[in-house]
Design a protein around this ligand. Structure first.
Ligand SMILES: Cc1ncc(COP(=O)(O)O)c(C=O)c1O
Length: 418
């Protein structure tokens, strides 16, 4: 028998095993100063492409004012308790009504964390007789929700509608045999590659199969669709989404999330979703701050227009400069390169320290060995100059990568950079 702590110390996990070399620089970096395209990193200003502040609301003057006034008026303790017991308020209900209108659903439940909301909603919606069918590249919160499911689950290849259909055939047989139901779960926008889930095609499968569709639209809400209602609106199939999830952590630039659906389904969630009935409600200043953000999303379409102007300039500029950005059709902009992990770390060091550009890097084990993804998140507060400068820097670093200049022994470790 092993001591639990000894076991943990011997195996720190696939990312944790690199903590010693990467902590504070590649992992857990500290971005300081006002949130925006220019932030301080290790005492120097960098051009920042790593925040999901899509609409630039994080530091919008009206948002900052609303947040500050709400904090002064209510304090952060208000309301006390879970919504069901003692933590309900008119503002919570007003926000739910406003979100329902935005995403064109009958009703909405606010949730205190997006991740937890997805896990808990999946747990709450299905029982052991039901069958889940889900996309293979689903976000961790969907995978964790599916892990809680006591019944059977079938996974379909990422965005592969033929395979989805195949899994639905299997799911239908099982659900019929045990008198259960089918829940299909996918995403509006896949956050790594930036490709939209094929929602329209999945909704079309309802003509052949009996199921309900749950969509995690964390990256779609506020960024896609004519009114910002997300990926379903963008693809003209919002009505076919039976349960809609949005986070407040991206376009809304805050924290928390929401789930919208038919009135009776939301009522069921309100009275059965364990993460909400047994946890404290969202604090009042957050709710009031969210009402302001929702008002801006509804009344200032120019923010989304600007986001897309920057996104299009970035994505077309990268393609024109010869970069591979895959099949993104959202604001998420991955730039694919080939190289080892030491090359990737040297490349990021060079980009941050010598060109003052800060973006996230994704390497093995998140993507296959030999692949490097630099992930750029454009926002409405970036400029065309930021785009041009970044593409120019990328062209320089990829030239160095291809000529072997980032081979491990040639560039100093970040711990040696003062
Ligand atoms: C697709 C997706 N779902 C859910 C979440 C979790 O949302 P939150 O950060 O609000 O907990 C995220 C956030 O990264 C996400 O990208």
């Amino acid at each position: 028998m092993k001591d639990l702590f000894e076991k943990i110390k011997a195996n720190r996990g696939p990312i944790g095993m690199h903590a010693k070399e990467s902590h504070g620089y590649f992992t857990f970096p500290k971005l300081e100063g006002d949130i925006g395209p220019r932030m301080m990193f290790r005492g120097k200003e960098r051009l920042n492409w790593s925040l999901n502040n899509y609409l630039g609301l994080a530091n919008h003057p009206e948002v900052r004012k609303a947040d500050a006034e709400a904090a002064a008026e209510f304090g952060f303790a208000m309301p006390m308790g879970a919504r069901m017991m003692s933590g309900n308020s008119n503002n919570h209900e007003k926000l739910e009504a406003g979100l329902s209108a935005l995403v064109q659903k009958q009703d909405t439940i606010l949730c205190n964390f997006g991740y937890q909301a997805m896990v808990s909603a999946i747990d709450c919606l299905v029982d052991r007789h039901d069958v889940i069918v889900y996309d293979a590249e689903s976000h961790a919160c969907i995978l964790d929700g599916v892990r809680l499911h006591m019944g059977k689950r079938y996974v379909f290849k990422h965005n592969d509608i033929a395979d989805c259909e195949k899994q639905l055939e299997r799911a239908t047989k099982l659900a019929e045999a045990q008198n259960g139901s089918i829940l299909v779960i996918t995403e509006g926008v896949f956050g790594m590659r930036g490709d939209q889930g094929k929602l329209k095609e999945i909704v079309d499968l309802k003509k052949k199969f009996k199921f309900r569709l749950f969509v995690d639209d964390a990256h779609g809400i506020g960024t896609l669709g004519k009114t910002g209602a997300g990926t379903g609106e963008e693809q003209g199939c919002q009505d076919g989404i039976d349960i809609y999830f949005g986070t407040f952590a991206k376009s809304f630039a805050l924290i928390g999330g929401f789930i919208s659906s038919e009135e009776q389904i939301v009522e069921y969630l309100r009275y059965n979703m364990r993460s909400q009935i047994f946890a404290k409600a969202l604090p009042m200043p957050l709710v009031v701050g969210l009402l302001k953000r929702l008002e801006l999303i509804n009344t200032k379409p120019e923010l989304k227009d600007k986001l897309w102007e920057i996104t299009r300039a970035l994505q077309s500029g990268l393609k024109k400069a010869g970069f591979e950005i895959g099949d993104t059709n959202s604001c998420v902009t991955p730039v694919y390169m080939n190289g080892s992990i030491p090359e990737a770390t040297n490349l990021i060091l060079d980009l941050r320290e010598n060109y003052n550009v800060f973006c996230s890097m994704v390497v093995y084990p998140v993507v296959p060995k030999g692949m490097i993804i630099l992930r750029l998140i454009p926002t409405a507060v970036h400029t065309i100059e930021d785009v041009n400068y970044t593409i120019d820097c990328f062209s320089k670093i990829v030239g160095k990568l291809k000529s072997g200049q980032y081979m491990s022994d040639k560039i100093a470790l970040h711990s040696e950079i003062k």
